[in-house]
Design a binder for this molecule. Structure first.
Ligand code: 13P
Ligand code: SF4
Length: 361
């Protein structure tokens, strides 16, 4: 509304405009919730058209955001690619701050908004640009690959970025280009350990952790197997290696989504953030989802209300020092320019082959 309040009515026009979304999300949202959410969804979609804005929504957004207002949805790699090629004037990042920075790095001329500036990430907070400079001094000549879950200042110190969907490919390509057999992969220790099992390249790792995925254990998986013997268990590569070893499949959020949509398991468990299963479930009505998930408190800061406020007031704008942005862009662009993997990385393919250790900094 013009006064900034979000008190919209559930009119028949709103009901018609949002009918397709309701059909998709009705298994995950109650009719009472929908009467509050649908008017906001309609208003956000109207404002987007008026302001030439798009919303990039990560797989961990709640279903009313993901299915209701997201123009481009997906994993970190997919959203970065969309940011690079989208033509809108404004990008609203329905995700966390490092994702908004990545969009700004790739689109310096666009206005990039994040609905809540406090939407951070434990991995991005685990390492600074100064840490990376010191690491480079300690390992001269070795390439630095950083996970996109880092600040722009950290990316600026980096040779190339990666996401969980392409980390193995990036590590192998950068080792080939540098003519080395070891690569520094920052900052997620578990992702680094899981990549190390998929490649002959030696991995030097940092001790960053995702506060959502580090909490899953092999004992959790054993309990799930006992309680749901028919369920297929899919885990994200930010989980500890023991979890991936016990799972049936491991891959990025996009790879987990594709697994369910293509293979249509009767029962499935997604070992990751809670909203992921809700979003996939809307597109997979024949699969039963068992839900032992963990919430990401940073992702959950984003709501329909603050997305609406962001669009209405053009806030909160993400800015990056141009000298840092230009160096960070080179690292992200090198990743984007790699030929897309035929399919997103699977971390379970050779899990028994490599029992290698990583060198921890
Ligand atoms: P992906 O969507 O790239 O798999 O990453 C998950 C994540 O934790 C993003 O914050
Ligand atoms: Fe960061 Fe983990 Fe949350 Fe992703 S799920 S934003 S990696 S804390």
């Amino acid at each position: 509304m013009a006064d900034g309040s979000t008190d919209f009515a559930f009119t028949s026009a709103v009901e018609t405009a949002t009918a397709a979304v309701w059909n998709k999300v009705r298994s995950r949202i109650t009719p009472l919730e929908w009467r509050l959410q649908a008017p906001l969804i309609a208003e956000i979609n109207r404002l987007k058209a008026e302001k030439n804005a798009v919303i990039l929504a990560h797989n961990y957004m709640t279903p009313e955001i993901f299915h209701g207002v997201g123009d481009f949805v997906g994993d970190s790699l997919g959203l970065a690619r969309e940011a690079a090629r989208c033509e809108a004037k404004i990008i609203v990042q329905a995700g966390v701050h490092f994702m908004a920075e990545t969009s700004k790095v790739l689109c310096p001329d666009k206005r990039v908004l994040i609905p809540d500036l406090l939407a951070g990430c434990s991995l991005a907070a685990s390492i600074t640009a100064e840490d990376v400079r010191l690491i480079k001094q300690r390992y001269p000549g070795l390439p630095v690959v950083t996970y996109v879950n880092t600040t722009a200042a950290v990316k600026a110190e980096t040779d190339v970025c990666c996401t969980s969907a392409n980390a193995v490919q990036v590590v192998e390509e950068v080792a080939r280009q540098f003519g080395v057999d070891r690569v520094i992969l920052l900052p997620d220790e578990f992702l680094a350990r899981n990549v190390a099992r998929q490649t002959e390249i030696g991995i030097i790792a940092w001790q960053g952790r995702c506060e959502v995925h580090e909490r899953f254990t092999a004992a959790d998986i054993a309990e799930l197997r006992e309680a749901w013997p028919g369920a297929e268990i899919l885990a994200h590569p930010e989980c500890p290696t023991e979890v991936l070893e016990a799972a049936d499949f491991a891959g990025s959020t996009a790879a987990m989504n594709d697994y369910v949509i293509q293979r249509k398991p009767r029962q499935v468990v997604l070992i990751t953030e809670c909203s992921m299963a809700d979003n996939v479930a809307c597109d997979a009505p024949d699969t039963e989802f068992v839900r032992p998930c963990n919430l990401c408190p940073h992702m959950k800061r984003i709501s329909l209300e603050n997305i609406y406020e962001a669009l209405l007031h053009d806030r909160y704008e993400v800015t990056i020092d141009p000298a840092i942005a230009v160096r960070a862009r080179a690292a992200v662009q090198r990743m984007i320019d790699l030929p897309p993997p035929a399919s997103p990385a699977r971390y379970d393919l050779v899990k028994a082959r490599h029992h290698v250790d990583v060198e921890l900094i």
